[in-house]
Design a protein around this ligand. Structure first.
Ligand code: GLU
Length: 310
């Protein structure tokens, strides 16, 4: 039994990321489970130097702690995705041996032109499956001889159903709503979808607490968990923090950074109080430490309060 928080070091965490971290910490602590801190630095072109260190410092400054992770090691080390390529390669090989993945030479333009749905989700149009057909694949490769293949997972005709602890019953058709998705990119990097499943699987994660923006990725991840033979965790997709105008916070917009709060002389308890109040865990905004917050909650109460806040 364990939980995890898995930040991407593409810049300092904003208050929304920190709130998700607080909720992942609370879930693990209230369940009496270890918490793993995994650094999702796989997408190297997006990694900002120094960002991992800053994230760990900020989380500790807030009073959060973890039992295994990037800076302290543990039985499932390494905890940085950039150091876990052999693990991803092994899973990739397993899928290849099972004939569940295929190389795809389509350009973005090819996909846009062939796709019936103009824009299926935030990953772009649903892939129409062109390169599943070896004949069509060979034709595209002839036209684009220089192009390096991306690798796609061949989704079955299957609807995945699961009970999210916060958002409730979710049903998503892999063939209709997801399509064959990329597990290794043309630039050679393993995709987030594969890496996150291999990591959560190998680290025996039982509870995934993360932002609701990843709800749409969950069905395809459940498919991979099962195919690779891992336990499927329970998911808690927690609400994203919005700014005053109702937009999602972004790392580019520094206004909601911890730094701004610190410059205003606010301490960690003030920030935790703000985060807890903003998601309905306390009735008024007041300074409180993560431990004090945990003392006033149980796992059921945490869930009830999050549900009431939706
Ligand atoms: N690394 C992702 C992020 O920072 C989270 C991925 C996950 O929790 O599955 O948004």
């Amino acid at each position: 039994m364990s939980g995890r928080y898995a930040p991407s070091p593409s810049g300092p965490l904003h208050l929304g990321n920190l709130r998700t971290a607080l909720l992942a910490w609370l879930q693990a602590r209230l369940a009496g489970q270890p918490l793993i801190l995994r650094m999702e630095d796989l997408d190297l072109p997006r990694v900002k130097p120094g960002s991992s260190e800053q994230i760990l410092k900020d989380l500790r400054w807030l009073g959060l702690d973890w039992d295994q992770g990037a800076d302290i090691g543990g039985p499932a080390a390494p905890y940085e995705q950039s150091a876990r390529k052999p693990q991803y390669q092994q899973a990739f090989q397993q899928l290849l041996d099972q004939d569940l993945i295929y190389p795809c030479y389509c350009s973005r333009k090819d996909i846009q032109q062939a796709a019936s749905a103009p824009h299926a989700d935030e990953y772009g149009p649903i892939y129409p499956g062109t390169c599943r057909d070896p004949g069509k694949r060979a034709a595209i490769k002839r036209r684009l001889p220089e192009k390096i293949a991306a690798w796609r997972y061949c989704v079955p005709t299957r609807t995945i159903e699961f009970e999210d602890r916060i958002t409730g019953h979710i049903s998503q058709s892999l063939d209709q709503e997801v399509g064959d998705f990329i597990i290794k990119r043309a630039d050679g990097l393993f995709a987030y979808q594969l890496a996150v499943v291999v990591d959560d699987g190998m680290m025996a994660i039982t509870d995934v607490v993360r932002g609701a923006d990843l709800l749409d990725s969950t069905a395809r991840q459940i498919e991979l968990f099962e195919t690779l033979g891992y336990l499927v965790p329970t998911f808690w997709h927690v609400p994203l923090m919005m700014d005053g105008a109702g937009a999602r916070l972004s790392k580019r917009d520094g206004a909601d950074s911890l730094e701004v709060w610190r410059q205003q002389g606010k301490n960690a308890k003030a920030v935790i109080g703000h985060l807890a109040f903003s998601v309905g865990l306390i009735d008024e905004e007041r300074a409180i430490s993560p431990l004090e917050l945990a003392q006033g909650l149980t796992l059921d109460l945490l869930r009830d309060k999050l549900l009431n806040h939706l």
